[in-house]
Design a protein around this ligand. Structure first.
Ligand code: NAD
Ligand code: DAU
Length: 360
């Protein structure tokens, strides 16, 4: 079986659902269920005997170690993190606690488990760390895309905390021989993304008739990748990646933020037209994000050449899927927005069960 941290979040949930649809192998999810963790994201696999959920902080080394000893996974995929740049600007402490200290505690638990495993288990074990392109800093318009050898230059507290976690993962391979792998991915979008991030925020604000707040001049560039393409890339790395290596993952799909917002507006004009006017009329340019990175671009040549991965979705097909998902899942959106998603476990399974081992 495999362990997945942060499996109730956006990418983690997509990864777990896809894994259980494609493989016979069980999954144990460890997730603290912070504001970004939504147990309902995994409702489709409730009752599946291959799925186990534990509401747990990755900082709790003893509890994680006990679970590793009990389930003896062959791999650990580490998504759990504080992930929103704007939140890291307002309150960096939790980013240090989870992304740096939490990754350290998890590495220590994994190292102890791996060190005491049999020779066969040691050879098979993989620690796959899910990281970001933001560790490389920012690019000018004509700079070449980030490669795996681009020097780290993180600019936000979020990026700095992820960079620190990447360095710890690297050191655990170099010093202790722990078979680690790291993926550095660009901006994801798709189903289950928390509506604080650009694409769901703009989609839902547009539908509510609210303003669409574009930071600065709207010309910042991000390289967009549909979430299941990221999940497939991680599966490739887990299956065939070389321990100790890092792999950049991206969609070769650079867009200015204003283009992304205009594309969302055009899709909504087509799929949910307003009685009068166009959604783009709601666009408003607002104060810039402090330290806002100008451009990210990923050179994904290494994973393409070595592991044969390429994205399946284009930005156009992926964005249409995403906007349709938010239109078709108004209940999910409503429960996230009014906070009912926090009480999903109690609502579905009765009081007092949250936090217990094995709670589905
Ligand atoms: P998310 O914020 O949607 O989900 C994070 C999950 O981690 C939540 O379920 C949360 O409850 C859980 N979590 C947070 N702190 C925890 C703790 N201390 N212990 C256990 N669980 C905890 O994030 P996401 O967008 O799904 O990102 C997942 C990972 O992918 C992160 O490591 C992020 O840095 C990385 N990443 C994200 C993107 C992106 O565009 N979203 C791109 C590249 C890399
Ligand atoms: O590049 C990978 C990273 O992508 C991940 O590591 C992060 O976890 C993920 O949150 C994302 O970071 P960004 O800061 O790029 O994503 P966000 O959706 O917050 O913003 C995307 C761009 O849109 C960015 O340039 C800021 C801008 N923006 C964002 C919001 C929320 C706006 O103009 N207005 C907004 O309201």
């Amino acid at each position: 079986m495999i362990f997945v941290t942060g499996g109730a979040g956006f990418i983690g949930a997509n990864f777990v659902l896809r894994w259980l649809a494609q493989h016979a192998e069980p999954v144990v999810v460890i997730d603290k269920l912070t504001y970004a963790g939504n147990r309902e994201n995994l409702a489709a696999v409730d009752g599946d005997p291959r799925f186990h959920f534990h509401c747990l902080d990755i900082n709790d080394r003893q509890a994680v170690a006990a679970l590793l000893a009990r389930h003896r996974p062959r791999a650990l995929v580490h998504f759990a993190a504080e992930s929103h740049v704007d939140r890291s600007i307002h309150g960096p402490g939790e980013f240090v606690r989870t992304n740096i200290n939490g990754t350290f505690e998890l590495l220590e638990a994994a190292r102890a488990y791996w060190s005491n495993a049999s020779a066969t288990e040691r050879a098979a074990f993989r620690f796959l760390h899910v990281s970001t392109d933001e560790v490389y800093g920012t690019l000018d318009a004509t700079d070449p895309a980030f490669t795996e050898s681009t020097p780290y230059a993180p600019n936000s507290p979020y990026a700095a905390s992820k960079a620190a976690s990447d360095h710890l993962v690297r050191a655990y391979h170099h010093t202790y021989g722990l078979p680690t792998l790291t993926g550095n991915c660009s901006n994801n979008y798709g189903p289950f993304q928390f509506p604080e991030k650009l694409i769901p925020l703009m989609t839902l604000n547009a539908l509510d008739g609210k303003s669409l707040p574009v930071y600065g001049d709207g010309r910042n560039v991000r390289d967009w990748l549909y979430v299941t393409d990221h999940c497939d890339a991680l599966q490739c790395i887990l299956a065939a990646g070389r321990p100790g290596e890092t792999y950049n993952i991206g969609g070769r799909s650079e867009k200015r933020n204003i283009e992304v917002v205009q594309s969302i507006c055009s899709l909504l004009d087509e799929l949910r037209p307003k009685p009068s006017g166009r959604y783009a009329e709601q666009i408003e340019f607002v104060a810039d994000r402090p330290g806002h990175d100008r451009r990210y671009a990923i050179d994904a040549g290494k994973i393409e050449r070595e592991l044969g991965w390429t994205p399946r979705e284009t930005f156009e097909t992926g964005l249409r899927r995403t906007v349709l998902w938010y239109l078709e899942n108004a209940d999910w959106v409503a429960r996230v927005r009014d906070g009912r998603y926090h009480s999903w476990i109690e609502t579905h399974y009765g009081n007092g069960r949250r936090g217990q081992e094995g709670v589905q």
